[in-house]
Design a protein around this ligand. Structure first.
Ligand SMILES: [Zn+2]
Length: 289
C-alpha cells in the first residue's frame, strides 16, 4: 500500500471515531498581582484552570480507564483508552465549573462521560459553528463560538490557530484551535492545544507574549502519519520562541497512540538545560503561578 492509499484507508477506518461524532501545589512564580492562577493537570489534555476568579475546564475526557477501543493503525493495540484512570472522581472535576473549552471534538477531548456529566446549561466555548452544532446536539444549551476577541466574566479570550499534524494527515485530523486567556490581574496564558510546532504557534507567541504556555506533547502518531501533536523537538522550538515563558506539557501517556513518554521528555529537557522552563506534570499535579 502506498502512502496515499494508507492514509485513505486510515481515514475510512477511523470514520467518526476520531472526528468527534461520539462525538500538591507548587509555587513557581513569586510576586506578581495574580488572583491565584492555578493549573491542574487532570488526564490527557483535560485540565482545570483557575483564572480571574473563575474555574475553567479544558478538553474534558472523563470516562473510566479502558472505555474505548484503541485508536487503530498505531501503537498499543492491546490497550484500551483512556490508558489510565482519572486522578479524582469525575464529579469532583466538574464541581463548580464556570465554563468549558473544547479545542476540538476528538474523542480524547470530548467523550461520552463529559456529555453525560457536564450540566447542560454550562457555558461552553468551541472553535467553530460545526463544533457548536455538534455540542448542541448533545443538548448543551449555552454554546459560544470563540473569536479572536471573546470575553467571559472579565477574562479576554482569543482563539488562535493550531495545526493537528503535517501534510496529508491533516485531512483526517481536521480543525482545532488554541486559546489565549488575558486578565488585568493574571499572567497571560496560551493553550496551544492539539498542534505541532508551526508558524501559527509562533504567531500566537509573537502576538500575545504569553507568560505561560500549555502544549500537548505526547507526540501521538498513527503509523506513517508523522506527529499529530508536539514531540520533543516541537517543544524545544516553543521554548526557543518564548524563552522566558513557563511551558507546561499536557496530553501525556493517556491514549494508546502516544510515542513520547514523560520520562523521555524529562531526559530531553534536562539534556537541553531547560528543565526549569518546561514542566511535565503527572496526572493530578497542580501549579500555582
Ligand atoms: Zn488529542
Amino acid at each position: 500500500m502506498n502512502r496515499k492509499d494508507f492514509l485513505l484507508s486510515t481515514l475510512r477506518t477511523l470514520g467518526g471515531m476520531l472526528i468527534g461524532k461520539f462525538a500538591d501545589a507548587k509555587t513557581l512564580f513569586k510576586g506578581g498581582k495574580s488572583k491565584g492562577l492555578r493549573i491542574r493537570q487532570i488526564r490527557n489534555a483535560t485540565m482545570i484552570i483557575e483564572y480571574g476568579g473563575r474555574k475553567l475546564l479544558i478538553d474534558p475526557m472523563l470516562s473510566k480507564k479502558g472505555t474505548y477501543l484503541p485508536f487503530p493503525n498505531s501503537l498499543r493495540q492491546d490497550q484500551k483508552n483512556p490508558l489510565v484512570e482519572l486522578p479524582m472522581p469525575a464529579e469532583e472535576i466538574i464541581d463548580g465549573i464556570d465554563a468549558v473549552f473544547f479545542s476540538h471534538l476528538h474523542l480524547d477531548h470530548y467523550d461520552d462521560a463529559a456529555k453525560e456529566l457536564i450540566p447542560k446549561g454550562t457555558k461552553i466555548f468551541v472553535q467553530d459553528e460545526t463544533d457548536k452544532k455538534n455540542v448542541e446536539s448533545a443538548e448543551f444549551t449555552n454554546v459560544e463560538v470563540l473569536t479572536e476577541n471573546t470575553s467571559f466574566a472579565g477574562i479576554q479570550l482569543c482563539k488562535t490557530k493550531a495545526q493537528h499534524g503535517r501534510g496529508e494527515i491533516l485531512k483526517l485530523a481536521g480543525h482545532v484551535c488554541g486559546i489565549v486567556f488575558k486578565h488585568p490581574d493574571e499572567k497571560t496564558l496560551y493553550i496551544a492545544a492539539d498542534t505541532v510546532w508551526y508558524e501559527g504557534v509562533q504567531e500566537a507567541i509573537n502576538k500575545h507574549d504569553p507568560e505561560i504556555i500549555i502544549v500537548n506533547g505526547g507526540d501521538n502518531q498513527f503509523f506513517k502519519s508523522g506527529s499529530l501533536i508536539m514531540g520533543k523537538d516541537d517543544i524545544y522550538e516553543v521554548h526557543k520562541a518564548a524563552a522566558k515563558s513557563k511551558i507546561i506539557v499536557s496530553h501525556m501517556e493517556a491514549v494508546n497512540h502516544y510515542t513520547l513518554s514523560r520520562d523521555e521528555l524529562k531526559g530531553f529537557i534536562k539534556e537541553k538545560g531547560i528543565a526549569s522552563s518546561v514542566l511535565v506534570p503527572h496526572d493530578g499535579e497542580s501549579y500555582t503561578l
